[in-house]
Design a protein around this ligand. Sequence first.
Ligand SMILES: Nc1nc2c(c(=O)[nH]1)N=C([C@H](O)[C@@H](O)CO)CN2
Length: 120
Amino acid sequence: MHDIIYIEGLKTDAIIGIYDWEKQQRQPLIFDLEMSVPIANAAKSDQIEDTVDYKSVADFIIEWAGNSRFDLLETLLEQLTEELFSRFSAIRHLKIKIGKPQAVPQAKTVGLIIQRSRQE
Ligand SMILES: Nc1nc2c(c(=O)[nH]1)N=C([C@H](O)[C@@H](O)CO)CN2
């Protein structure tokens, strides 16, 4: 059982969606992440290098998702998960929720949650 480093309510604007109008204008996406990371080394050393820097993860997601262009949330999240495992080697498991608040006007938000483990 590992510890969880989390990011909640991370907002970025992206080109995402299956309809023509969605391919013309950016719309907000909201990310919630839980990253399973062993924190014992960082807790002893007090060094950011020994853990996962949530600020670096947040900055990466804003940049990567902001420059992405997908039809489906499914594709975006699957590819984002691979990028995060590749860039942040201490992440063992990832749970990511993505919300698309403008997609269904009658709903507060809609979206997708995926959970993946690092493939060794
Ligand atoms: N499972 C999904 N369903 C839908 C998606 C999606 O990405 N995954 N996308 C859309 C449209 O782009 C919608 O968000 C526009 O309102 C519809 N269903």
